[in-house]
Design a protein around this ligand. Structure first.
Ligand code: FPP
Length: 333
């Protein structure tokens, strides 16, 4: 598919749509060429062949991915906001006798692949945990390597981000980032601010508890100056001040690297997120791993505290349009 192209046509059924997913790689290309990806009322093949996996919006087709051991991703009920804890760079490097920064470098290739795959699928918002507040305590060489990779990534992806209508955001204590990172980050955030096709948020010097504390402080300041009554504070007011919730509540939280923790990531937005853990180390994460996670998400029954998911007006609606769940929050989901 041509970069920046506004639409595409399924070469199987001629349906047209706005976005073409892809990035499945050579194995998937081979599968498609062997005929295991078939067009049909629910399937599309784009001009890349095997990379044709995803919604062709405006058409009747919804199923986009198929083949042996390959998940099926449906265009309807895509998670609107996906967050990823990109874990396992260090172990990937150590397993190969390399220094940890080598793992981070490979990890930044996985970031490129994943952003591209999410964009092509039509995922509206992706938040990546690139550097936590706690990561500042790592050895100085590792921190420097991560910052250098960030600069490199922002420079190399600038055109792709702008050409594809991606809005880049940064959340966290970005004032702690070195000047050379800010020098590439800030202009890209500003230049992409009016883009609407996808919101890509980098969590940098980020902590979930920290951003909730920051929001609470803002409310406390309003109370202190007399413009807000404590009784008017609710989850919507507080949630509206939590930057990570700006794209909407998190629908799907993915963690690579085999650990079963949330590690202070998107604590507010993840209140009703579906969790997906994979042993895959982040440097090896790719489009198919994202599809697997989304397929698992699509099989979940999201009840938002209710008895049946059918009580929820439409998938995702209960978690978007405001910064807190519309479902009752006083019971387990
Ligand atoms: C956790 O793995 C990962 C990080 C602390 C950094 C994530 C950074 C990248 C993926 C690359 C740079 C980012 C961008 C956006 C270009 P770990 O090192 O803690 O892994 P381990 O648990 O195996 O030690």
């Amino acid at each position: 598919m041509t970069r920046g192209m506004a639409g595409t046509v399924c070469r199987g059924c001629n349906a047209s749509g706005r976005l073409t997913p892809g990035g499945a790689g050579a194995a998937a290309t081979a599968r498609a060429r062997r005929g295991r990806v078939a067009p049909g009322p629910d399937r599309h093949i784009d001009d890349d062949g095997a990379t044709a996996r995803g919604p062709l919006r405006g058409s009747a087709c919804t199923v986009v991915l198929t083949g042996p051991a390959v998940p099926v991703v449906r265009a309807r009920n895509l998670p609107r906001h996906v967050g990823i804890i990109m874990d396992g760079n260090g172990r990937w490097a150590q397993l190969r006798g390399l220094a940890r920064p080598a793992g981070h470098r490979k990890g930044s290739d996985a970031v490129r692949r994943t952003v591209r795959a999410a964009r092509r699928l039509g995922v509206p918002a992706l938040t990546l945990y690139a550097f936590s507040e706690q990561n500042w305590t790592r050895p100085i060489d590792e921190v420097s390597a991560l910052m250098a990779l960030l600069v490199e990534f922002l420079q190399s992806e600038r055109d792709e981000i702008l050409d594809n209508g991606i809005r880049l955001r940064a959340i966290g204590r970005i004032e702690r980032l070195p000047p050379d990172v800010r020098a590439v980050l800030d202009p890209l955030v500003a230049d992409s601010a009016s883009n609407t096709r996808m919101i890509l948020t980098l969590a940098l010097s980020y902590g979930g508890r920290e951003e909730i504390a920051d929001a609470a402080r803002k409310l406390a300041e309003r109370v202190a100056e007399g413009s807000l009554a404590p009784r008017d504070i609710d989850e919507h007011l507080l949630g509206g001040l939590v930057p990570s919730s700006m794209p909407g509540d998190l629908d799907l939280l993915v963690r690579t690297g085999g650990e079963l923790r949330i590690s202070n990531f998107l604590l507010w937005a993840a209140a009703y997120a579906e969790l997906h853990f994979t042993d895959r180390l982040w440097p090896e994460f790719g489009a198919e791993d994202l599809y697997v996670a989304i397929e698992a998400y699509q099989a979940r029954d999201r009840r938002f505290g209710r008895v049946s998911s059918s009580d929820v007006a439409s998938p995702g609606e209960a978690t978007h349009g405001c910064n807190g769940p519309t479902a009752p929050t006083d019971g387990p989901a």
